[in-house]
Design a protein around this ligand. Structure first.
Ligand SMILES: NC(=O)c1ccc[n+]([C@@H]2O[C@H](COP(=O)([O-])OP(=O)(O)OC[C@H]3O[C@@H](n4cnc5c(N)ncnc54)[C@H](O)[C@@H]3O)[C@@H](O)[C@H]2O)c1
Ligand SMILES: *[C@@H]1O[C@H](CO)[C@@H](O)[C@H](O)[C@H]1NC(C)=O
Length: 300
């Protein structure tokens, strides 16, 4: 197509999207039914993963729960069953490609094709860059981003055939900006955001409009993932609020779920701010977590 025509079309698509967003502010959002859908969640033994499983259980989905923590997923499954949902558990170490591939095959033969894949398992060390051990850096990347490739390679083919499905990525606000003592973590979460954004445009250009993607990016959450987190400019969120907003975003086909939503303004602004201002804001934030880690890294 002529490039001028392309730009004109683009202009109208933009106007249409803004108008659509404006109208959607006033009408209640349509929610897709996930009843009977097979929902696979990694890292489902605790925190955001467990609570997300319970939200899907309330919607009568079939849960497939993966984690390295056996007792934890058994407990999550029990709670899902109490809500009337079917739940299957698999002990999987998401830092191991072969374990992921083997478990994925078992899921396909014993439960069925996954409709909604939620890559949630994550690790964090929270150590000053030069104190990070090589094996810690590798673990961060294996669990927080490489695992997404192995699970998606396993479950996307069936979704492609049916042109139906949903792939959700749990990243973090750390996937949009850097925070002190989290170089490996932020880099892996930027990777997860990149994974999500690329997959979204690739599926669209392949015409797979029935396969949706969502990316969850919260600030700190009180799951114990990091010990006693605190920041001066942002709230610390409860896992219940995060899981509810996440599932709400998935059933309404939201591509980016930033929590709290107000942080989005800062993320947009920060693209235009001078580096000196960004560094100053980072100091003002005074991010603190895990008192032990803090004492190793504190500048005295
Ligand atoms: N808690 C926060 O402050 C926060 C903020 C933003 C994003 N997140 C992200 O949310 C996700 C869930 O974290 P959470 O806060 O619920 O933490 P959590 O510690 O409560 O849960 C993480 C789960 O992942 C599991 N897990 C860890 N390594 C694994 C592995 N190798 N294989 C399989 N499972 C593994 C753990 O056993 C645990 O059940 C993570 O990806 C995290 O990066 C957390
Ligand atoms: C979400 O996308 C699916 C697949 O294209 C579609 O069937 C559903 O109606 C959409 N739901 C909402 C609420 O937009």
């Amino acid at each position: 197509m002529n490039i001028i025509l392309d730009y004109i079309t683009l202009f109208f698509i933009a106007i249409y999207s803004y108008l659509e967003a404006l109208i959607k502010l006033f009408i209640p959002e349509k929610r897709k039914s996930v009843s009977g859908d097979i929902v696979l969640i990694t890292g489902a033994a605790h925190g955001i993963g467990r609570l997300t499983a319970l939200e899907f259980a309330k919607l009568q989905s079939i849960l497939v729960l993966w984690d390295i923590n056996k007792d934890g997923i058994e407990e999550t499954a029990e709670q899902c069953r109490k809500l009337g949902a079917k739940a299957f558990t698999y002990v999987v170490d998401c830092s191991k490609r072969n374990e992921i591939y083997a478990a994925a095959e078992k899921v396909k033969t014993t439960v069925g094709d996954v409709d909604i894949l939620i890559n949630n398992a994550g690790v964090v060390f929270g150590v000053e860059f030069l104190n990070l051990q090589d094996h810690q850096i590798e673990k961060t990347f294996e669990v927080n981003i490489l695992a997404h490739f192995w699970t998606t390679k396993s479950f996307l083919p069936a979704m492609m055939k049916k042109n139906r499905g949903h792939i959700a990525t749990v990243a973090s606000v750390c996937g949009h900006l850097g925070l002190t003592y989290l170089v490996d973590y932020c880099a892996s979460k930027f990777g997860a955001v990149g994974f999500h954004e690329c997959l979204t445009v690739e599926l669209a250009s392949l015409g797979k409009d029935g396969i949706k993607t969502s990316c969850l990016c919260p600030v700190f959450v009180t799951t114990g993932f990091v010990n006693t987190p605190s920041t001066r400019l942002w709230p610390v969120l409860t896992p219940e609020y995060v899981a509810k907003s996440f599932v709400n975003g998935i059933v309404t086909n939201k591509t980016m779920i930033i929590l709290p939503p107000s942080v989005n303004t800062y993320l947009t602004l920060s693209k235009f701010l001078p580096q000196r201002v960004i560094s100053r804001i980072s100091e003002m934030q005074d991010v603190q977590f895990g008192t032990k880690l803090r004492s190793i890294t504190k500048k005295d």
